[in-house]
Design a protein. Structure first.
Length: 300
C-alpha cells in the first residue's frame, strides 16, 4: 500500500485499518509513503510492485493513468479516491461531495448565517484538474449545499490555505478574525479534522469560543476529533468499510489473475508478467460508508 503521508492522523489510521484487513485475509501488508513525490510514486510502482507484491493499494497523486497502467507490471491494483473519467483500475472513494454537503447543510440548519469553508480558494474550480481532485469534489459538495439553502456564494465563503498543515490552519483563524471579509463568520467547515482542530486552537488563542461564537465542523473522523475540547463534529469515513471494500476488489482481481498475466498461483511473477492486465471486466468504483457525527463543536 502506497499513500501520500503517514505522519497525519487520517492516513495513519487508514493505513492501520487496511493493514488489519490485509492480515485478516492471510496476506502480509507492506506500507510505503510517497510524500507527494512523482519520483517516489514511480520508484514504488517499479520496484516494490514488480518484485514483492501480489497486488497494490495506491493513492495516486502525481502519476497519470497511462503511467499507472505501464508501471503496474500486469498486477492488480485498487486506487483510493481516483476519479479518472476513464478508469484503468478499480477504486474506492470517500464521500467527498456528499459528506461536504452534509457538513455545510448542518451548519446552516443550526442557524449559521455566514459559513466559511477553510482549505480551498474560491476560484479553484476554474482549474479543471483541481475540480476533479479530492478537494475539488469536497468544494463541489459545499457549493451544492449553499445552492440548496439559497445562499449567494462569493470569496468571503472560502478561506484558502496554501499548505494543509497545523500551523497554517491555526494562523488561518487569525486571518478570519482580522479580516473584514470574514468578520461576521459564525460557522466554519474545515476540509480535514487536522485543519479543524488546529483552526480551533487559533480561535481559542483569540478568546473566540466554539460553538458559542463560531460553530465548527471537520472531515475524516480521526480519533483526535472525539477528544478535542470541545469535541469536534465531523464527517466520519468508516475506515473498516473502506478497507473491506478495497480488499474485496483487490483479492478478486488477484484470484482472477492467478495463472494469467502477471501473477502465478504461488504469488510470484508469471511468464507473462508485464504483458498487460488480465482483468475479466471493467473497473469498479465504490464509495466507503460515512456519517455526520454531531458533537459539541456545533451544539448551540
Amino acid at each position: 500500500m502506497a499513500i501520500y503521508e503517514l505522519d497525519r492522523p487520517y492516513p495513519s489510521e487508514m493505513s492501520a485499518a487496511m493493514s488489519r484487513e490485509i492480515a485478516r485475509r492471510g496476506y502480509q501488508p507492506i506500507v510505503q509513503q510517497t510524500s507527494g513525490s512523482k519520483d517516489d510514486e514511480i520508484m514504488i510502482l517499479q520496484k516494490v510492485t514488480s518484485q514483492l507484491c501480489d497486488g497494490m493499494i495506491f493513492s495516486p497523486g502525481q502519476v497519470s493513468d497511462e503511467e499507472l497502467r505501464a508501471l503496474s507490471h500486469g498486477k492488480p491494483m485498487v486506487l483510493l479516491d481516483d476519479i479518472s473519467p476513464d478508469p484503468v483500475f478499480d477504486s474506492v472513494n470517500t464521500a467527498c461531495e456528499d459528506g461536504s454537503a452534509a457538513a455545510v447543510r448542518h451548519l446552516i440548519d443550526i442557524g449559521c448565517k455566514h459559513v466559511v469553508v477553510v482549505g480551498p480558494s474560491y476560484d479553484m474550480l476554474l482549474d479543471d484538474k483541481m475540480a476533479s481532485s479530492v478537494v475539488g469534489r469536497r468544494m463541489t459538495g459545499c457549493l451544492r449545499a449553499f445552492e440548496e439553502a439559497g445562499v449567494d456564494v462569493d470569496a468571503s465563503n472560502f478561506l484558502p490555505l496554501e499548505h494543509w498543515d497545523p500551523i497554517p490552519a491555526r494562523e488561518a483563524a487569525y486571518r478570519l478574525l482580522d479580516s473584514d471579509d470574514y468578520r461576521d463568520a459564525d460557522g466554519v467547515f474545515c476540509m480535514t479534522d487536522t485543519i479543524a482542530i488546529s483552526f480551533m486552537r487559533g480561535l481559542a488563542d483569540r478568546g473566540v469560543r466554539v460553538p458559542d461564537d463560531i460553530a465548527l465542523v471537520g472531515f475524516d473522523g480521526v480519533t483526535e476529533s472525539e477528544y478535542a475540547v470541545p469535541s469536534l463534529t465531523t464527517v466520519r469515513t468508516d475506515l473498516d468499510d473502506l478497507a473491506r471494500r478495497t480488499l474485496d476488489l483487490l483479492i478478486d482481481r488477484i484470484n482472477a489473475n492467478v495463472g494469467g498475466a502477471g501473477i502465478d498461483a504461488t504469488g510470484g511473477t508469471g511468464d507473462n508478467a508485464g504483458d498487460g492486465l488480465a482483468f475479466p471486466d471493467a473497473p469498479q468504483r465504490l464509495t466507503a460508508a460515512w456519517e455526520l457525527v454531531k458533537r459539541e463543536s456545533t451544539r448551540r
